[in-house]
Design a protein around this ligand. Structure first.
Ligand SMILES: C[S@@+](CC[C@H](N)C(=O)[O-])C[C@H]1O[C@@H](n2cnc3c(N)ncnc32)[C@H](O)[C@@H]1O
Length: 232
């Protein structure tokens, strides 16, 4: 799989640093249907802990159900400042926490969250597969990893256009030609949904469930064992 160089990774960070104040103007409405559908399909209740990686300016926060315990992390401080302002202006978002963190090295213990969500982030980071693996690590067994992202087109014309445009889109913080296969087939992840969202259905909503770990049958207590032996 082709990897984005560390150089382009720095360039992408630079883009979000510089244009944090303008992000909502361009990327709120156009990506909102995907955000809405991803969150409505999470089926979360107030007890669920949600981690949003690459939370940016917090455009997803008002879409969570009231009282959802959400933590948003992002690499870019200017994007997080916008998110902080959104939370301050909206009393309904008081359950949302924020932190600066690299999504490729999340500072949480294994199995910490019920849902780990990455909206429009997979094709922004230099190592997409490592991102999804890291999301899976911090997700509880039985929990969900939710991605909304544009992946490389399967048809020849579409993929030709994407390959031509990707050197340009690198400058505005993402790539268009990431093959979906690059994030599939990770151990412990079962794909439970793969749908199309947003304008011309060019983005995908992919949901994985983290396989619950193997639970050995409990050893019978000594008393139970004796009872069984007497009964037979
Ligand atoms: C396209 S924006 C998506 C923002 C938001 N999720 C949304 O729905 O609009 C991508 C975000 O990912 C963040 N990002 C890029 N690389 C990251 C990394 N390695 N760790 C955490 N966040 C990262 C950027 O700073 C930016 O805020």
């Amino acid at each position: 799989m082709e990897r984005m160089s560390e150089h382009s990774s720095t360039r992408i960070e630079g883009f979000y640093h510089r244009f944090a104040g303008l992000y909502d103007l361009f990327f709120d409405g156009i990506f909102r249907p995907g955000r809405r559908r991803a969150i409505s399909n999470m089926n979360v209740d107030k007890e669920c802990r949600i981690l949003e990686v690459g939370a940016g300016t917090g455009l997803n926060f008002p879409l969570y159900p009231d009282g959802a315990k959400t933590l948003g992390v992002d690499l870019s401080l200017p994007m997080l400042r916008e998110a902080k302002e959104r939370i301050a202006k909206n009393p309904g978002l008081r359950n949302v926490g924020l932190g600066q963190m690299n999504a490729l090295e999340l500072g949480f213990a294994d199995d910490s969250f019920d849902v780990v969500y990455a909206p429009y982030v997979v094709s922004v980071v230099p190592r997409p597969r490592d991102l999804v693996a890291e999301m899976a690590r911090v997700c509880k067994p039985g929990g969900r990893i939710v991605l909304v992202n544009h992946f490389g087109s399967q048809n020849r014309i579409g993929s030709w256009v994407e390959r031509k445009l990707t050197p340009v889109t690198h400058h505005v913080g993402f790539r268009l030609d990431l093959p979906v296969e690059s994030i599939l087939g990770l151990p412990d992840l079962v794909k439970i949904e793969d749908g199309r969202v947003n304008v011309f259905k060019l983005w995908r909503l992919i949901v994985f469930e983290k396989r619950p770990g193997y639970l050995p049958a409990p050893e019978p207590a000594m008393g139970e064992e004796l009872e069984t032996m007497t009964a037979s």
